[in-house]
Design a protein around this ligand. Structure first.
Ligand SMILES: Cc1cc2nc3c(=O)[nH]c(=O)nc-3n(C[C@H](O)[C@H](O)[C@H](O)COP(=O)(O)O)c2cc1C
Length: 197
């Protein structure tokens, strides 16, 4: 007996960390957008971005970014950016839901913080912040591109770092997760790989 049933869910967002990506607009101001299609391997972060968004056009023109990981309790700030785009005019496929906003830091009440290796600001309220430089953008099979960026600097709030080490204190670190368009924070600690700090 198969206990599974066949379904057609509206999304396949199974539950990945949310990041806030900041990029530089042509006029030198900063854009800020939520994304959840991002993962890391070594010092590379790979991000899936829809065509037509301001984040992707900024990265094609100015290949620097910051990748900021909000704490779980910041979900409402993230959501306040959900229907905004820094693209003007708003791309036709987004017109029904999205509106243009030039000051996404202001709208979300988040604070730009100067970076150390890129010109793009970090998000001060995010406990974990990565500065990165784009190395490759590949057009996807669907209406998206795959951005590969090398991390040039990592900033972690002292409260999430194990004292005297380079390691994140996983008991203090609670990323915001996005599962089937619902926001969650981490559940209980289940275990760890032997020999891993
Ligand atoms: C929690 C969350 C996660 C999202 N993840 C992605 C993503 O991984 N890739 C993407 O292209 N858009 C994602 N979006 C949608 C973009 O944030 C949205 O298209 C936004 O308008 C992009 O802004 P921009 O045009 O200024 O770049 C996500 C939105 C939310 C609220």
């Amino acid at each position: 007996m198969d206990s599974h049933i066949t379904i057609c869910p509206s999304t396949l967002y199974t539950g990945t960390p949310v990041v806030l990506i900041s990029t530089l607009n042509a006029d030198g101001t900063a854009n800020l957008s939520p994304a959840s299609s991002a993962w890391a391997l070594g010092d590379m972060v790979v991000i899936g971005l829809e065509n037509g968004g301001q984040t992707l056009s900024n990265l094609r023109a100015r290949p620097e970014l910051t990748i900021n990981y909000p704490h779980g309790d910041m979900w409402e700030s993230v959501e306040s950016l959900g229907d905004l785009t820094g693209a003007s005019p708003v791309p036709p496929h987004k017109e029904d839901r999205y509106r243009f906003e030039s000051d996404k830091f202001g709208v979300s009440e988040l604070t730009p913080q100067q970076s150390t290796s890129v010109k793009v600001p970090r998000v001060e309220e995010c406990p974990l912040q990565l500065e990165a430089v784009v190395e490759k953008i590949t057009d996807g099979v669907g209406d998206y591109a795959i951005v590969e960026a090398r991390v040039t600097q990592v900033h972690a709030e002292e409260s999430i770092v194990l004292p005297g080490t380079q390691h994140i204190d996983t008991r203090s670190w609670s990323p915001l997760l996005y599962a089937f368009k619902h926001y969650f924070s981490l559940g209980k600690h289940l275990g760890q790989r032997p020999g891993v700090a």
